[in-house]
Design a protein around this ligand. Structure first.
Ligand code: XMP
Length: 516
């Protein structure tokens, strides 16, 4: 069953901006999916798109092995939009001329619309600042094509062809630096594809719950691991909405959780949503395995494997469970199928692949079409509190990779208290939602201090607070001195065993966000 009545197919030629195209389309309340440009024509046909967008690419049309556009897409009777490489590949395919630009245009450029088109409706008068990123340009359009805009350098910036129902732009409307870029994409969707903005979270919930019901069947049972994070909580609430108490959730306390970690999500799911959820205290089991281990990668592996064992043992207690629900998101899905040129490698994205093999569970991944901010919007629509939805990311291996060196229960307890103080102070300064992540790290470095009249010789806590959009790069937050001062004095006064606090002022790269 196709749950989307209208949708845009985005063919990915490998551009760094492809995900942004999908987001702009979805922000306009039209559902969109990204597929690699190498998919079979039969699959393009079966997709049943209401419009197709061809993305940009790191390739030049002159490169050996440059990806091609299948001419048959123009027989599908739907509008096609080519962006940058998408435009150039179509021009070359249909008999026009593409050439290497004399002046390579990267960054800002100005364009002027010369021919009226619904594509540029209400934008035709003033020059527009747009974002260019290309080394090739269109020299001559194929027959029947019209140039509708040029840049101030005389480069062809936009074309259209009624015969092929095609529009093409040399610039990137999906990038925020393009003035009115959003409007241009909306014009394509609403004026050219004649779509309606009907894809909302409410409609998504309706369609996805009936899809889950179909997949799981009348009696099927689902198990879901709750991590304390946003994705697994939203996935669980959604599956619960579809099948009620046939969903069993398992929250594993691995002993390296933050203070109150389990409680908030557990209480929300159990009390507000009346879900079937069990809390397994496996902390001593995890800590035993972590004894004397100091290597960060070993810590990660131990925690990952142990989680599988504990979860599996718990899940086996549920009779006839046939499905495993997971909060896999769209970026993970795209990552595993995206077009990367001839050297493409397929990356597995299943978080707990081991479980599937051993238990023969089928996967239910209700968020696999969504971006992170869409998951938050969905959570809000489902009635999950902001406190749960807006939480900073927390790594699977938890405090174990924030305690440098050996992980022991007393060290966990110390870090848990220090970390809670960092978060409390960030929240009370109104800064929590303004940053990507903030936390404390425990350093097994003893230094000398003086408390009252006594000499102390105790551990150090490092405070980390970073800004980021996607965790790929990050910068340290310029926290106000008074916030740092309060954190430091509270940690030293309230956390026994710590007599020094330092602030981490490293960016990623070359550092990473976590210390291990
Ligand atoms: P790094 O330290 O690589 O972290 O700059 C980037 C982001 O990913 C989180 N992170 C993890 N999350 N398992 C996870 O689920 C892990 O092993 C892990 N390591 C890092 C980190 O908190 C940050 O947001």
């Amino acid at each position: 069953m196709d749950i989307h009545s209208q949708k845009i197919l985005i063919l990915d030629f490998g551009s760094q901006y492809t995900q942004l195209i999908a987001r702009r389309v979805r922000e306009a309340k039209v559902y969109s999916e990204i597929h690699p440009c190498t998919i079979k024509f039969k699959d393009i046909e079966n997709f049943n798109a209401s419009g197709i967008i061809l993305s940009g690419s790191p390739f030049s049309v002159f490169d050996k092995g440059a990806p091609k556009v299948d001419k048959r897409i123009f027989e599908l009777g739907v509008p096609v939009l080519g962006i940058c490489y998408g435009l150039q590949a179509v021009v070359k395919l249909l008999g026009g001329v593409v050439e290497k630009s004399k002046t390579r245009e990267y960054g800002a450029a100005t364009i002027k619309v010369s021919n009226p088109s619904p594509f540029f409706t209400t934008l035709t008068k003033k020059p527009l600042n747009v974002w260019m990123s290309h080394g090739d340009c269109v020299k001559k359009v194929p027959s029947g094509f019209k140039v509708i805009s040029k840049s101030s350098n005389g480069v062809i910036a936009a074309v259209k062809s009624d015969k092929f129902n095609f529009h093409g732009v040399q610039f990137h409307p999906e990038v925020v630096h393009t003035q009115k870029g959003e409007k241009i994409i909306r014009n394509f969707l609403f004026k050219i594809c004649k779509l309606k903005p009907t894809w909302t979270m409410a409609s998504f919930i309706e369609t996805i719950t009936s899809e889950i019901q179909d997949k799981v069947g009348k009696d099927g049972k689902v198990v879901c691991g709750i991590s304390g994070g946003v994705d697994s909580a939203v996935a669980a609430v959604l599956v619960h909405k579809a099948i009620g108490r046939r969903l069993s959730c398992i929250f594993v306390d691995n002993g390296v959780l933050r203070k109150g970690e389990g409680d908030k999500v557990y209480k929300t799911l159990r009390k507000n949503f009346k879900m079937n959820i069990s809390m397994v205290d496996a902390s001593s089991r995890f800590l035993k395995k972590l004894k004397k281990v100091t290597d960060p990668e070993k810590k990660r592996k131990i925690i990952g494997n142990e989680f599988i064992h504990v979860f599996e043992a718990e899940a086996k207690k549920i009779k006839d469970v046939g499905f495993l629900a997971q909060g896999t998101l769209y970026p993970d899905v795209i990552e595993s199928v995206s077009f990367k040129g001839p050297s493409a490698t397929i990356k597995s994205h299943h978080n707990v692949g081991g479980l599937l093999k051993n238990m023969r569970l089928k996967l239910v991944e209700p968020l696999r079409e969504l971006f992170k901010d869409e998951v938050r919007a969905l959570g809000r629509e489902l009635g999950i509190s902001d406190e749960v939805l807006e939480r900073h990311p927390f790594p699977g291996p938890g405090l174990a990779i924030r305690i440098i060196g050996e992980v022991t229960e007393p060290r966990c307890a110390m870090l848990r208290e220090a970390d809670a103080i960092v978060l409390e102070e960030i929240k009370s300064a109104g800064l929590y939602l303004k940053m990507w992540q903030a936390f404390a790290v425990l350093l097994p470095v003893k230094t000398v201090g003086v408390m009252g009249d006594e000499r102390t010789y105790e551990f150090t806590v490092a405070v980390r607070a970073v800004e980021s959009v996607d965790a790929m790069t990050a910068d340290w937050v310029r926290l106000p001195y008074d916030v740092l001062a309060k954190m430091s004095s509270r940690i030293i006064n309230e956390v026994k065993g710590v007599n020094r606090v330092v602030y981490d002022i490293s960016s990623k790269p070359p550092s990473t966000i976590e210390w291990e």
